[in-house]
Design a protein around this ligand. Structure first.
Ligand code: SF4
Ligand code: SF4
Length: 278
């Protein structure tokens, strides 16, 4: 039984897939996106201790060289995350699938499914598989929100119990992807094809930032890669907002509503049929 480092669990969310869902955020990511709005989920805490003295409620303390968190004392002021220079948090907990599912179970009368996000949740494939088996037994749909850098074709059992993947397509051009995220996008393209052809592509997501993200190039790339499948898969155009961003784009403004509508119009003209702006 492999645990995952859990950043937080949101009991009810209506922004992480269809219907009301419990959203589980893991800690740790293999990309460093310049526009990440959850930068505190990127790194696993190194126990440097900087945040301990910044905590106004004494919720953080050292024990055997590890920074520990007393949840009962915490007032969620955010000072620890604000002062962490390493894009981390002292609060995540290692939890097994059973432990996470116990939290999910409390919400069952009110939710349609669960979504696991991050950080990058596919860094914990065994945990995901175990959690989804439990959730499916309870008739819950199970979605993954992913940056697409893990080869999902290597996890057939996980894909069997996964209802769908919401895939970020951050850039099509290799150099632009590297500049934006620090990583490589070969695998994202491979996953796009794999998920579309196995009917597991729940949604494609593009964060729109004029001058940084070439949305038309991404749309062309998607169409060339998955052809007519692109018509019936949801496409979400996400308006960049710098709230919470700590990376290079922290002072970049949001695109205008007109820009977003123009991109949406272009996507529709290209044959995408389910295009939403958020
Ligand atoms: S959010 Fe962080 S700094 Fe604030 S009280 Fe909780 S542990 Fe302390
Ligand atoms: S959360 Fe950040 S500042 Fe606090 S101990 Fe961990 S790495 Fe250091």
């Amino acid at each position: 039984m492999k645990p995952a480092l859990i950043h937080k669990i949101i009991p009810h969310s209506i922004v992480d897939g269809p219907g009301n869902r419990t959203s589980i955020f893991v800690q740790g990511c293999n990309l460093k996106c310049a526009y990440c709005h959850n930068p505190e989920t990127q790194q696993v805490c190194s126990n440097c201790g900087i945040c301990v003295e910044k905590c106004p409620t004494g919720s953080l303390y050292f024990e055997n060289g590890e920074v520990l968190w007393e949840e009962e004392k915490c007032d969620s002021c955010g000072s620890c995350i604000q002062h962490c220079p390493y894009h981390s948090s002292p609060k995540p907990k290692w939890m097994t699938a059973e432990e996470v599912f116990k939290e999910v179970e409390k919400n069952i009368p009110f939710i349609r499914g669960i979504t696991v996000s991050g950080g990058e949740c596919t860094l914990y494939p065994e945990f995901l598989q175990e959690l989804f088996i439990l959730a499916q037994k309870a008739q819950l749909s199970c979605l993954i929100d992913s940056n697409g850098t893990t080869d999902l074709s290597q996890y057939p059992k996980l894909m069997e119990v996964c209802s769908g993947v919401m895939l970020d397509v951050k850039a099509w051009d290799r150099k632009k992807f590297k500049r934006l995220t620090g990583g490589e996008n070969e695998m994202v393209k491979k996953n796009l094809k794999f998920l579309a052809h196995t009917n597991k592509l729940e949604e494609m997501r593009i964060v729109c930032i004029p001058g940084e993200v070439d949305v038309e190039d991404i749309l062309e790339g998607i169409k060339t890669t998955i052809g007519d499948k692109s018509r019936n898969i949801k496409l979400k155009l996400i308006k960049f907002r710098n709230h919470g961003v700590k990376g290079r784009l922290k002072n970049t403004n949001s695109p205008s509503d007109e820009y977003m509508k123009d991109i949406q119009r272009k996507a529709l003209e290209m044959g995408f049929q389910h295009v939403n702006i958020t």
